[in-house]
Design a protein around this ligand. Structure first.
Ligand code: AMP
Length: 116
């Protein structure tokens, strides 16, 4: 299931270190190496899925779990009341740079809209 050339699969496998905040059988959450907010976690499925274009019906529960995990972690980090942003970039125009699906959980400052 893991892709040897994928940096996030290597983090899941423990081959590359990461500041892991939470994990279970399906999901890993770790701190972004270049945070753009005081709280910046990446929440990823342990299954390798390259982009949101590759979601299949069988991934429905897993992708839903990315969102519910982000929500739980936001509560745990006590940023739920002040607010947070969940972001998933897909392909070039969105600025995706790592091709293993990930949900950014961003909090701790005010974000502008529309995004740049
Ligand atoms: P995206 O632009 O949505 O593909 O976001 C990829 C994110 O992964 C960026 O915010 C990077 O800073 C982050 N990133 C890349 N490599 C690592 C790593 N080894 N550990 C933690 N975060 C990483």
């Amino acid at each position: 299931m893991s892709e040897s050339s994928c940096i996030f699969c290597q983090i899941i496998d423990g081959a590359i270190p990461a500041d892991i905040y939470y994990q279970d059988d399906d999901i890993l959450a770790f701190r972004d190496i270049h945070p753009v907010a005081p709280t910046h976690l990446l929440i990823i499925p342990k299954k390798h899925i390259a982009t949101a274009n590759d979601f299949s019906d069988e991934d429905e529960r897993l992708i839903g779990k990315l969102m519910t995990t982000a929500s739980k972690l936001a509560r745990e980090l006590r940023v739920d009341r002040s607010g947070y942003r969940m972001v998933m970039n897909c392909n070039r125009d969105a600025g995706q740079t790592v091709f293993h699906v990930h949900l950014h959980l961003l909090a701790g400052r005010a974000f502008s809209w529309p995004p740049g």
